[in-house]
Design a protein. Structure first.
Length: 81
């Protein structure tokens, strides 16, 4: 089935936010000049950046799942045997 405009806007927003988190993580991990100390000789800023990158990738995965299952929502309440 065709996806509606609302679903396309929702998916676009989800992908945009996921890319923003990923780019924010890359900036924090590799280009920022903040000094938050170290943890086991690894800069905390690097670990925080990696966390943002992983969260951005997770949001991209969730956007993909939403995209894939968007057509199946039309059959809500009908079960197959």
């Amino acid at each position: 089935m065709k996806r509606s405009l609302a679903i396309w806007v929702n998916i676009s927003f989800r992908v945009f936010v996921a890319c923003a988190y990923t780019l924010l993580g890359a900036y924090v991990a590799f280009w920022s000049d903040f000094d938050l100390g170290t943890w086991s000789e690894v800069p905390i800023v690097f670990l925080l950046g990696i966390l943002f990158i992983l969260y951005g990738l997770f949001r991209i995965w969730r956007a993909y799942l939403y995209f894939r299952e968007a057509d199946e929502s039309q059959n809500y309440g009908q079960y197959e045997d």
